[in-house]
Each structure stands twice: as structure tokens, then as C-alpha cells.
Design a protein around this ligand. Structure first.
Ligand SMILES: CC(C)(COP(=O)([O-])OP(=O)([O-])OC[C@H]1O[C@@H](n2cnc3c(N)ncnc32)[C@H](O)[C@@H]1OP(=O)([O-])[O-])[C@@H](O)C(=O)NCCC(=O)NCCSC(=O)C[C@@](C)(O)CC(=O)[O-]
Length: 302
């Protein structure tokens, strides 16, 4: 077992987390969160999405949020773009990276982006081409990589197919996403292995929701495969509006606590990260959904 010595975390809280909030989160609060995350040492932040405001009204302030960020050198700012309309709208915001998001299950593809898997690839192809022509890095998300809220279990072969199709259209990196957090270590390893049939180890990442408390074991199981890039969400924010009942991503604080305890570097200051999580949790009027943050905040309070 050779674990990586360093892990890159992409905090997806401002996007994946806040897209699911019922109450309004003002752009200034989102910007404040991004600033706190970059001050804590995050090197990539998924800021927002350029999707239809009818589908996800929480992200309608995408341009305003991107414009309000005081960028820190060395930090990458990514955004979701499901189609050319979204990509074109994002360009003025100068994202470092865009994310096209497909799914390994047909039903989720239909519910989330209103088209089949094959149609999604057709829509992504010009987006990928246009982004790469502008030197913008392209990541692909493969949702429902182990389980789907509408279809149940998803076979690794489905992940392999989407990874292959994404590779064919020039997507540079794929994230294996357990959208509803049903995966357990061996299943998540199988989904990751399927993606690795078409992508190098340096070009894959894990995106694990924590609905069943499996996100840390799933992270460890894929670390053991050599995977060193993960999405996580400060304070465990989030869920997906088209995956009812799914809770947030694994909390960044919990992943950082585990990795640092294993001697794996992240470049993240856990204390500052906890402050970032507390900032957004205070605004939302609840406690951070992170065991490590809760323990360390209790310790601080004495
Ligand atoms: C993909 C569409 C747009 C297709 O939606 P559609 O209705 O099929 O699109 P359309 O092309 O037929 O257009 C319909 C209307 O939407 C507008 N429109 C069309 N595109 C855009 C755009 N980009 N930005 C703004 N407006 C747009 C378009 O202009 C038109 O406006 P109208 O003429 O009716 O006024 C829609 O289904 C959509 O926005 N879906 C987004 C759903 C979403 O954001 N889900 C959450 C993110 S994915 C996720 O969280 C999972 C992930 C990534 O974290 C990994 C995991 O855990 O699984």
C-alpha cells in the first residue's frame, strides 16, 4: 500500500454546498466564504455554476460572485458549465477551470441536465473544444458512479463508458462522484478502477457525499489506490437538488484532519478552515456538519 504524500483538495462548498440551500445566500456571503477558504490554504475552489436559473436559482448570481473575488495567486477558481450557453456566460468571469457534468445513469442524466448520456456528450463536445482553445482546463464529473436515486446500483461498466466518452471529446480530468453517498469502499474502488481504464492516476479525483457516513472510508480506500485529488465541502455543506435526501459532500475539515493525522500534506491550515466553516454555518444558522470541526470548536470553547 503506497499512500500519496500530498493530497489536493478542491473545496466545492460554495457551489455544490450552497446550490442546495433553501434560504437566500447573498453574493457577498459567498464571496466571503471563498476568501476564507483561500486564506485557509485551499488551492482550488469550485465557486459557482453557469446553469439555468430556473433549474438552480441559488447560482443565479454566478457572474457577481466571480467578479467579487479578490483572487489569490496560485489558487484556481472553477465553475460548472453544462452547455455552450453556460460556457459563453462564464468566459468573462475568467474561470481557471470548467466542469462539464454527466452521469453514469440515464435517469439521473435526464433529471439533472434534461438529456440522455449520449446527448450530454454531444452538448459537452463543443464546450470542451471552446474551453481548451482558450486554455481553460476541463474537468468532467461522473455523477451517480456507484448508485442512482432513480435506478439503484450502478455498475462500474457504466462509469467506464462515460469516462471513455469524456476522454474521446477531450475532457482532461474526471471526478468519480458518489452523488448520493451510498458507496462503500470496494464499490468505490471498482468505480475508480473503471475511470482509470481511460485516465491516468494524476487525472482522476474522488467526490464523495457522506449520506451514509462512508465518505472517509471511501477516501481512504481510493487513497490506497494512489488517488491524490478529492472534492470536499467546508462544513459538509450541500447535497444535490436532483438527488433528494442526499446530504453534503464529505466535510473538508474531516478529510484534512484524517490526512494530517496520517502525515499526508494538504497545505491547509485546519484552524483557519474551521473558521471558514464556522463563518458559513453561523450565516446559515446551524452547526458545521463536520465531526472534526465540532470537536475542535468544543475544545476551543474549553
Ligand atoms: C442543462 C440545462 C440548462 C438544460 O435545461 P433545458 O431546459 O433542457 O435547456 P434548454 O437548452 O432547452 O433551455 C431552456 C431555457 O434555459 C436557458 N438555459 C439553457 N442553458 C442555460 C445556462 N447554461 N445558463 C442559463 N440559462 C440557460 C435557455 O436560455 C432557455 O431559457 P428560456 O428561453 O426558457 O428563457 C438544465 O438542465 C440545467 O441548468 N441543469 C443544471 C442542474 C444542476 O445545476 N444540477 C446541480 C449540479 S450537478 C451536481 O451537483 C453533481 C456534482 C457535479 O456535484 C457531482 C455529484 O455529486 O454527482
Amino acid at each position: 500500500m503506497k499512500l500519496p504524500s500530498r493530497v489536493k483538495l478542491v473545496d466545492v462548498g460554495p457551489r455544490d454546498g450552497l446550490q442546495n440551500e433553501k434560504g437566500e445566500v447573498p453574493a457577498a456571503v459567498k464571496i466571503g466564504l471563498v476568501h476564507r477558504l483561500q486564506d485557509a490554504g485551499l488551492k482550488e475552489i469550485e465557486v459557482t455554476s453557469f446553469v439555468s436559473p430556473k433549474w438552480v436559482p441559488q447560482m443565479a448570481d454566478n457572474t457577481q460572485v466571480m467578479a467579487g473575488i479578490q483572487r489569490k495567486p496560485g489558487v484556481r477558481y472553477s465553475v460548472l458549465t453544462p452547455n455552450m450557453k453556460g460556457f459563453e456566460a462564464s468566459v468573462a468571469s475568467k474561470p481557471d477551470e470548467i466542469v462539464v457534468f454527466g452521469a453514469a445513469s440515464e435517469a439521473f442524466s435526464q433529471r439533472n441536465i434534461n438529456c440522455s448520456i449520449a446527448e450530454s456528450i454531444e452538448r459537452f463536445a463543443p464546450v470542451v473544444e471552446a474551453a481548451r482553445a482558450k486554455g481553460i482546463y476541463v474537468r468532467g464529473a461522473i455523477s451517480t458512479a456507484v448508485g442512482c436515486p432513480y435506478e439503484g446500483d450502478v455498475a462500474p461498466e457504466r462509469v467506464e463508458l462515460v469516462a471513455k466518452l469524456m476522454k474521446q471529446i477531450g475532457v482532461q480530468h474526471v471526478g468519480v462522484a458518489d452523488t448520493i453517498g451510498v458507496g462503500t469502499p470496494r464499490k468505490v474502488q471498482a468505480a475508480m478502477e473503471a475511470a482509470l481504464k481511460h485516465y491516468e492516476l494524476d487525472d482522476v479525483s474522488g467526490h464523495f457525499h457522506d449520506t451514509y457516513g462512508q465518505a472517509l472510508p471511501n477516501t481512504l480506500a481510493t487513497l490506497e489506490m494512489g488517488v491524490w485529488q478529492y472534492d470536499s465541502s467546508v462544513a459538509g455543506l450541500g447535497g444535490c437538488p436532483y438527488a433528494k435526501g442526499a446530504t453534503g459532500n464529505v466535510a473538508t475539515e474531516d478529510v484534512v484532519y484524517m490526512l494530517h493525522g496520517m502525515g499526508i500534506e494538504t497545505g491547509i491550515d485546519l484552524d483557519k478552515l474551521i473558521d471558514a466553516g464556522k463563518y458559513i454555518s453561523d450565516f446559515l444558522g446551524r452547526k458545521p456538519n463536520s465531526r472534526a470541526a465540532t470537536a475542535l470548536l468544543n475544545k476551543r470553547a474549553g
